[in-house]
Design a protein around this ligand. Structure first.
Ligand code: CA
Length: 260
């Protein structure tokens, strides 16, 4: 933090306190340990999900067939299960039915390549809590996961992320800077959330792409640069200090001046 000469001690204390709160918030958001079961036979999707969720601070078991998936769901304690529909062994519906038959109310999020309304209705009738169609952006999955976990447990998860006078409210999906409302698109919000969660860390484009875009993202485009420019125009252009920085040849970083 920058401290100019002749700052009254009360102000210094206040600044240190707000720095502590902001940094503690960011840490608290990363330290919520919840356990998630993924049952997905498609290697690329399974690995993509597991990596993203582990990087977001969850403990993850990835199982690649339905029979073992149900066994895990019944014998372990998960805060959430993410189930593919088409699986070798038992399909996702059978796993869900098995979980509910055993009297477990583990929240279940279905993944499916088939975006038929029938599937969605069937899943919800069987007691699924949400349904996501592939391919999806990791950020969208993460938002759904967070909503389900919040609904499913009384555990208090951090709902705000802050850096300096920038604040995002994860639950209401609202952003303010210096108390002023900033309107972001879903992609911009996901970008900003990622930068805030990993503040101080230089994030390579590949990591940003895998979190904010879906796994079939074409890395030969300048989509990330364009989105980042728009985001900075909204959260940084009219404010000081500037928080988001390009690190040439490496990626992007959000620096919290209070935590430097
Ligand atoms: Ca499958």
């Amino acid at each position: 933090m920058t401290v100019c000469k002749s700052v009254p001690i009360s102000e210094l204390t206040a600044r240190l306190h707000s720095c502590y709160l902001a940094c503690a918030d960011a840490q608290a958001a990363q330290n919520v340990v919840m356990k998630i079961l993924i049952v997905e036979d498609e290697p690329k999707t399974g690995d993509y999900l597991k990596q993203g969720l582990v990087e977001s601070g969850f403990v993850v078991d990835l199982i690649r067939n339905g029979t073992d998936g149900l066994h895990h769901a019944l014998t372990e304690d998960y805060d959430l299960a993410i189930l593919d529909v088409m699986l070798p062994g038992l399909d996702g519906w059978a796993i869900l039915a098995g979980i509910r038959k055993a009297g477990k109310d583990t929240p279940v999020l279905f993944l499916s390549a088939r975006d038929h309304v029938d599937d969605r209705v069937k899943g919800l009738e069987l007691g699924a809590d949400d349904y996501l169609v592939k391919p999806f952006a990791f950020s969208e999955l993460l938002a759904r996961v967070r909503t389900l976990l919040r609904r499913g447990s009384k555990a208090s998860t951090a709902e705000f992320l802050r850096a300096a006078d920038l604040e995002i409210d994860l639950m209401r999906r609202r952003v303010t800077r210096a108390g002023k409302r900033v309107d972001l698109t879903a992609k911009e919000f996901a970008l900003l959330e990622l930068l805030l969660r990993r503040q101080g860390e230089v994030l390579p484009r590949s990591l940003i792409a895998s979190h904010v875009w879906d796994m079939n993202f074409d890395s030969d485009t300048n989509v990330i640069e364009v989105a980042m420019r728009r985001l900075r125009a909204k959260v940084d252009d009219e404010f000081e200090p500037k928080l988001i920085r390009t690190v040439r040849g490496m990626g992007y970083v959000l620096e919290n001046p209070n935590c430097a």
